[in-house]
Ligand binder design. Structure first.
Ligand code: UTP
Length: 286
């Protein structure tokens, strides 16, 4: 039974400067809800009961967001409309959330290695703290279902345009079914001609605890960071790894253009804004 999730949220967010100079990119709002709240909600909706957030310098706002705010609760509880009070209560009761600090940003692999003690000898989910996936069935749940079947690590992947493969971690492998591959190679940001496919990592993983041993023996790679892809390449020599083309649309909030598109898409989906916002967009485009 898979019950633990790790959410790495300690990165510097350099692609989103200056907004991320003094605030975490994981707290950037999609209208009124911070990105990381969507991520935590996905974990909970998938059946995860224990969440470890990898925090770091300048990330206090993440911890405060999931903590109680007594003063605000008191003020809101005295108002006639209790809806905000209930929303606040809902956030602070979201799950059993724990934190550990990554003191130096030595990469995603290093961030996950910080979870070793907390996770122990169990399989666990990883949800990138700056990535939302809009899906009917939460993507982490879709991966957990594959894990239940194969008892091996499984990552979510999405097709990207061939000319953009050099921006992503790309996987290659043998088809098991229409949406599932058994991975036989993984390359971080390959040149277009070297890419084994156009399937890129999509920010969600189920990993067996063997990954911690692999991370321990992973040498710093690109940008002198411990890369998760390098550790997964070691894992692949020891265990099988699967890639699922999960149903859902990924939004990488760490990238300014994706952030802008996400706000527009989510705004159009909100019943209270949809009509007026659509009209506004039409006028702007005209
Ligand atoms: P990214 O590589 O997108 O985050 O990592 P980054 O390093 O903050 O981004 P840029 O390139 O500087 O803009 C994906 C996720 O992993 C976390 C990030 O917080 C993000 O949620 N991460 C990354 C860590 O927790 N620690 C790290 O050392 C690096």
């Amino acid at each position: 039974m898979l019950r633990k999730a790790v959410i790495p949220a300690a990165g510097l967010g350099t692609r989103f400067l200056p907004a991320t100079k003094a605030q975490p990119k994981e707290m950037l709002p999609i209208i009124d809800t911070p990105v990381i709240q969507y991520v935590v909600q996905e974990a909970i909706d998938s059946g995860i009961t224990d969440i470890l957030i990898i925090s770091g310098k300048g990330k206090r706002a993440v911890e405060d967001h999931f903590d109680r705010n007594w003063e605000l609760e008191q003020v809101l509880s005295q108002k006639e409309d209790e809806s905000w009070y209930n929303i606040l209560k809902q956030i602070d009761g979201m799950a059993d959330i724990h934190y550990i600090r990554q003191k130096e940003t030595k990469g995603l692999g290093d961030a996950i290695l910080h979870a070793r003690q907390h996770v122990g000898d169990e399989p666990f989910a990883v949800l990138l703290g700056d990535t939302i996936v809009d899906a009917t069935i939460p993507v982490t749940r879709q991966l957990m279902d594959i894990y239940d079947q194969y008892q091996q690590s499984v990552v979510s992947v999405e097709a990207v345009p061939q000319e953009k493969v050099s921006r992503y971690g790309i996987v290659g492998g043998k088809d098991i079914s229409q949406h599932l591959k058994k991975i036989d190679c993984m390359i971080e940001k390959p040149d277009e001609q070297d890419a084994p496919s156009n399937l890129a990592f999509a920010g969600r993983y189920i990993l067996t605890p063997e990954i911690f041993k692999c991370l321990k023996s992973t040498k710093p790679g690109k940008h002198s960071e411990i890369q998760l892809t390098d550790a997964m390449n070691i894992l692949m020599e020891r265990e099988s790894l699967y890639a699922l083309r999960a149903q859902g649309k990924r939004h990488d909030i760490g990238n300014k253009m994706d952030y802008l598109k996400t706000i527009v898409e989510f705004g159009l989906k909100r019943p209270e804004f949809a009509t007026e916002f659509k009209q506004f967009l039409k006028e702007v485009v005209r």
